[in-house]
Design a binder for this molecule. Structure first.
Ligand SMILES: [Zn+2]
Length: 458
């Protein structure tokens, strides 16, 4: 496979990356191809066939996760700079779990409905671990101060044990050692600015296969996701352009998915057509159309890219259809779906043993977890008729989660006047930026009754 480095040039009106013009959305293809060239065990594992008997994985699959925040020494306070807040982490986990249960806000009426019938539900839940590898209680978050300012995702020089694309995964390199990757999904959040090119990478993940050889575990430590701290969640220090879909995309890779667009070029360097995710190395997806080159724009009812003739490829389509730009595994600026075929590949990956290039040990992990993914609050929402609201104090949005379905939410001011009322939501956000600063009462109505919470708007 060819090694391809794609630089995206975007002008972003963000305080955090306005000085940088080279923004690389995902570095997975580059790193995976280098690994295949240098690691024969990995190359072999990437060629193995997945166990596609999906009757074995019918129920919701819960995956224990640990989030390693690697922050600068100077950002010692939680919530400052690279040391992102608990609320920002909770916000990302909310988005991730919406996307992997097809309850993201774009459904049931997405901006265009071209591929509505192809949209699948992975039914996978990501839950913070509550026990660490030593048996100690944990929030599922680790925080490590480092003298390193940032990490260059393009540095994959394996002769240097602290090469920067994987250095954040080693305590001896100024990062944090991974937790057993057969039991935990490790996510490192750090600064991925590339100081050499004045660019940055949003994230990357290895396709499955690093854990395939139980007799050579020297590369196991690389397994997991790396995400820039400005593209983790949508609040706190997140970039204005962050929609929280970088981890959604990277976990797609982690569970065996390729990009939906062709990553090959002809002799003149012009992009060509191919069905990128229906080949070897994470293929077998037959319901995403062949697509030439990368589309970075937004997707709406008027988007009509059709770069390749689908009748020339083996797939489920009986006519030449549009490109599926709304797929999470594309680079479009707004995405909202996995296809049914992609869901099958992810479930097959979770059904297949690590030795055979899958992640069934992770699916069967017995690590205890907290699926509310609430870190900062001690409220136990496992009891009926209880709810969690965060952040508080809040500036622009609040999020409310309840075990029971929420029938309605109303906010009233200290005079008792209702200023916001919503009745069509379930664990969704409420915009409060138009409210004056002050104290409000939030009344949450569920089937079992009412819950009232005090909110400070600032
Ligand atoms: Zn990618």
């Amino acid at each position: 496979m060819k090694k391809i480095i794609t630089f995206i040039i975007l002008l972003l009106h963000s305080n955090y990356i306005s000085s940088q013009t080279n923004l690389k959305k995902c570095n997975t293809t580059f790193l995976v191809n280098n690994e295949i060239d240098n690691n024969t065990d990995y190359a072999k594992a990437r060629n193995l066939t997945l166990d596609i008997d999906l009757t074995k994985v019918r129920n919701t699959i819960k995956i224990p996760i640990v989030i390693h925040i690697i922050h600068r020494n100077s950002h010692s306070n939680i919530g400052s700079g690279t040391n992102i807040s608990d609320a920002q982490i909770e916000d990302q986990l909310r988005i991730l779990n919406e996307d992997y249960s097809k309850t993201n806000p774009e459904f049931p009426n997405p901006p265009r409905n071209t591929f509505l019938n192809n949209a699948g539900n992975p039914d996978i839940e990501f839950c913070l671990a509550t026990v660490d590898p030593d048996g100690n209680t944990t929030t599922g978050i680790t925080r490590t101060a480092t003298s390193k300012i940032n990490w260059d995702a393009d540095d994959d020089d394996n002769s240097n044990p602290c090469h920067e694309s994987n250095g954040m995964k080693r305590s001896s390199c100024g990062g944090k050692d991974s937790w057993d990757p057969k039991k935990y999904l490790n996510i490192w959040v750090c600064d991925l600015t590339n100081s050499q090119s004045n660019g940055m990478t949003l994230g990357y993940a290895y396709l499955p296969g690093l854990l395939a050889n139980p007799f050579n575990t020297s590369d196991d430590y690389k397994d997991g996701l790396v995400v820039d701290y400005r593209y983790f969640g949508t609040i706190g220090v997140a970039a204005i352009s962050s929609d929280g879909r970088t981890p959604t995309h990277e976990i797609g890779h982690y569970l065996g998915l390729m990009h939906t667009f062709c990553e090959e070029y002809d002799n003149q360097g012009n992009p060509v057509c191919c069905d990128n995710d229906n080949n070897n190395f994470g293929g077998y997806v037959d319901d995403t159309p062949a697509t030439k080159d990368i589309y970075f724009g937004s997707v709406s009812a008027n988007t009509n890219n059709n770069t390749c003739n689908d009748l020339s490829y083996s797939n489920i389509f009986t006519s030449n259809v549009l490109d599926m730009d709304e797929n999470y595994m594309s680079y479009a600026s707004n995405t909202w779906m996995f296809s049914n075929g992609q869901v099958d590949v992810m479930l097959a990956t979770l059904n297949t043993s690590e030795i055979n290039g899958g992640r069934s040990a992770l699916k069967n992990s017995d690590v205890s977890t907290n699926c509310s993914n609430i870190i900062s609050s001690s409220i136990n929402i496992s009891s009926k008729n209880n709810a969690i609201m965060y952040p508080n104090p809040a500036e622009s949005h609040i999020y409310i989660q309840s075990v029971e379905q929420i029938l309605s939410i109303s906010l009233s001011n200290i005079l008792g006047e209702i200023v916001i009322h919503k009745s069509d939501l379930e664990n969704r956000s409420i915009e409060i930026s138009n409210l004056k600063n002050g104290i409000y009462l939030v009344n949450i109505k569920t089937k079992s009754g009412h819950i009232t919470k005090k909110l400070i708007k600032e």
